[in-house]
Design a binder for this molecule. Sequence first.
Ligand SMILES: NC(=O)c1ccc[n+]([C@@H]2O[C@H](COP(=O)([O-])OP(=O)(O)OC[C@H]3O[C@@H](n4cnc5c(N)ncnc54)[C@H](OP(=O)(O)O)[C@@H]3O)[C@@H](O)[C@H]2O)c1
Length: 375
Amino acid sequence: MKLTDYTTLGRTGLRVSPLCLGTMTFGTEWGFGADEKVSRDQFDRYLGAGGNFIDTADAYTNGHSEELVGKFVAEAKARDRVVIATKFTFGAQPGNPNAGGNGRKNIYRALEGSLRRLKTDYLDLYYLHAWDTMTPVEEVLSTLTDLVREGKIRYFGMSDTPAWYFSRMQTLAEKEGKERIATLQLEYSLVERSIEREHIPAAQELGIGLCPWGPLSGGFLSGKYTREGSSGRGEGRLTGPGSIWNKFTERNWRILDALLMVAKEAGKPPAQIAMNWAATQPGVTSVILGATKMSQLEDTLAAVEFTIPGELRKRLDEASAPESIHPYNFYAPAMQARVSGGTTVQGWRPAPMYEGAKAAPAAPPPDRKAAASER
Ligand SMILES: NC(=O)c1ccc[n+]([C@@H]2O[C@H](COP(=O)([O-])OP(=O)(O)OC[C@H]3O[C@@H](n4cnc5c(N)ncnc54)[C@H](OP(=O)(O)O)[C@@H]3O)[C@@H](O)[C@H]2O)c1
């Protein structure tokens, strides 16, 4: 796969690169990230390699990320070439509850600010950044539909929402003739596979593309952090003052150990293996990369140009398999064998999501006689 192997964003006609340039690291306001020069170099390198998909948000580096993206796109005269995605949700004015959240008033306020900072009169993709736990689905859907029809945005997506929320929205859109969700943005990596339980099967059923963020788990999967008691040591965001997620868990260290061994055998840097794994998982449209240094971007851009050998991929899948919990343990192969009388049935789903789940206890061989007498 190459950066110029464009793919459609879910069930839309919008073509995007398989790696999207994340810009949460454009600007240093959050205590990590890159200054303007390095950010511009990253932007130029990505576009020069044929990439066309840029991800930002109104909240990133307090608006500076959008300003830098707007400036770089304008100076490169690349507005028609690039697909710009940005987001609303996070509060912009202390003390004002309506300068944040997913209500109609905030969406219009946030959009005007993003268009101004991005120096454009339309967005290609507008994301709800995170569920605010209260705004009704109908209000968000009708507002985003209006924005498409007003020509202010071309498509919209959902980020960090429960599966039931976006599924209800997409179903309503289909039934009511409103605009449909184009894509989802959620955390997905070898150490964070929770979305395989609900979000990915729902997205596949509902024709929604998936653009994962955090494919390196904030840099953890690059292998540059080492254990330090129950914590981690190494230079980067995860040990810096801006760190908000704890990636240094026993489970994650075990997955990292497996990744390091696979990377060694494959002769590739661990970051490339982790990125490649995420980019080639079922349902994934375009993975959002993040970098603070040019060397990191170079590493990542080469990450989709090879195939992980089957045996090594199997080891990664097994080492990182999500825990089997209720009710998903009912969908694992061992339980499904009881459903289909021990036969193998190839269902309609393009890729079975539950195969990796650590199995429920093996099913006894089906006792046809007993089963028949029960009915
Ligand atoms: N929707 C959401 O809620 C959400 C949330 C987060 C991010 N995002 C989007 O997704 C993008 C990527 O997210 P992310 O930054 O969390 O992705 P990530 O791939 O998990 O982490 C990227 C970080 O890992 C380190 N890194 C990257 N390449 C490396 C390499 N080759 N070797 C060593 N370290 C490397 C860098 O941080 P250090 O230099 O500090 O180590 C870099 O900033 C963001 O820019 C943003 O656009 C969306």
